[in-house]
Ligand binder design. Structure first.
Ligand code: CTP
Length: 397
């Protein structure tokens, strides 16, 4: 693969990305811009990649590198993608080795932008991003957080571990085009917590890994992804907007706000069906010998059924996917649940006995409202995620 490096301070984080890529067996050719070398020098890129490094088209001309590097690549990944490099790429300029490479590459191209918020939000940058996306590139939205200097906002380069995941997920799709480009996807993940008192809650074992795999794979397929995370301690996936929720009621509110304009909604969060009627204001104490007070419960809203009802009432072309964790009669319970919830697809997991919760692998049957059933054998959670997106695609308007 080609790792294009733009002239931004975040270039230092890309050294770590390069290290991860080479350690996992990828052959990486680093093509920095001249400005990138002001932040991280040529010896660093050459030593970490084990390959020669050039910025211009006049080095090693007999090997025609300005054409060959792009032609031979399986992936071109540009990080940090500055406003300048994206403007040059959008305009089709070919004034250094990286822009030449971008013009000759026919493989997937990913830009991971990093810049100050004002530069990211500027209409010129947004127009360039839209142009690059319309031509089939994946442009990962920058993360929100601390920027260089004292300011905070959108424009931060995602963490190297998550950039690595993004590169890996695009690479595993081979030459496939980003088929969710232009689609807005909302995924809920994790498990809700219902407060009993200031220190205790009713919750569940959901780790959020399946929901995060759905968000990561959708971003790698070019979607505009919002992840509504309930009590998940995983790192934010690159290119994904993360919204946090704690309880079922908070999750319902977040989903109600995010459903607007969504093409696809996936409810992979494990929602508590009940919450304590009242959360004690102070920590509940035990009295020796006394019977503990019962916890009175109230039913939580069914978020998935509510999303389907809103969609139908408003006549929206929206595909809604539910999840179901079942311990017994998996298919029969799944079919009944699909009908009850009214969603288009229901991903049914068998849980219990150490299956699914917190593990890296998952196995499921994906039931369709059209009567279809697709078996997904045990494999990484991102395999199941990609199967979900494969089945969502033909259902999109
Ligand atoms: N769900 C939801 N709101 C709830 C409960 C569940 O949106 N209050 C969603 C989950 O996110 C999941 C689907 O509904 O996508 C099925 O969740 P599950 O807990 O299996 O369904 P329940 O309706 O709670 O059925 P059960 O009686 O089996 O618990």
């Amino acid at each position: 693969m080609v790792l294009g490096v733009g002239g931004g301070i975040a270039a230092y984080k890309v050294c770590e990305l390069l290290r991860r890529l080479t350690e996992s067996g990828h052959r990486v050719r680093v093509v920095p811009t001249a400005e990138a070398l002001r932040f991280v020098g040529e010896p660093t890129w050459a030593a970490l990649s084990g390959q020669p490094v050039a910025t211009g088209v006049w080095d090693g001309v007999h090997e025609v590198p300005h054409v060959r590097i792009g032609q031979e690549a399986d992936l071109v990944f540009v990080a940090p993608a500055t406003a300048n490099i994206m403007a040059r790429a959008a305009a089709g300029l070919a004034d250094d080795l990286l822009t030449n490479t971008l013009l000759t590459a026919r493989c997937p191209v990913v830009f991971a932008p990093a810049m100050h918020t004002e530069m990211w939000e500027h209409p010129a940058t947004q127009a360039n991003v839209a142009t690059l996306r319309s031509r089939g590139a994946v442009v990962l939205d920058p993360a929100v957080g601390r920027l260089t200097g004292a300011d905070t906002g959108r424009g931060r380069l995602p963490e190297p571990s998550e950039l690595f995941e993004a590169a890996r997920l695009v690479l595993r799709r081979g030459a496939a085009a980003p088929d969710l480009a232009g689609r807005r996807v909302v995924v809920s993940a994790g498990g809700t917590r219902e407060a009993v008192d200031p220190v205790r809650f009713l919750g569940n074992h959901s780790s959020g890994k399946q929901g995060y795999a759905l968000a990561r794979t959708a971003a790698a397929r070019g979607a505009d992804v919002t992840l509504v995370a309930a009590n998940v301690s995983l790192p934010d996936p690159a290119g994904v907007r993360v919204v946090r929720a704690g309880s079922a009621v908070e999750l319902a509110e977040a989903m109600e706000a995010e459903r607007v304009g969504a093409d696809v909604i996936v409810m992979s969060a494990a929602v508590a069906d009940f919450r304590p009627v009242a959360s004690a204001a102070s920590k509940i104490k035990k009295s020796p010998g006394a019977t503990p007070a019962p916890i009175e419960l109230a039913e939580n809203p069914d978020i998935l059924a509510g999303l389907v009802a809103s969609r139908d009432a408003e006549g929206l072309a929206q595909t809604v996917v539910g999840f179901a964790a079942e311990t017994d009669d998996v298919i029969a319970n799944g079919r009944a649940k699909l009908a009850r919830k009214g969603c288009d697809l229901l991903v049914v997991n068998q849980v219990g006995g150490g299956r699914a919760f917190g593990t890296e692998d998952n196995q499921a049957v994906i039931l369709g409202s059209d009567g279809s059933a697709v078996d997904v054998p045990t494999g990484p959670k991102e395999d199941l995620a990609d199967r979900v997106w494969d089945l969502v695609l033909p259902r999109l308007g």
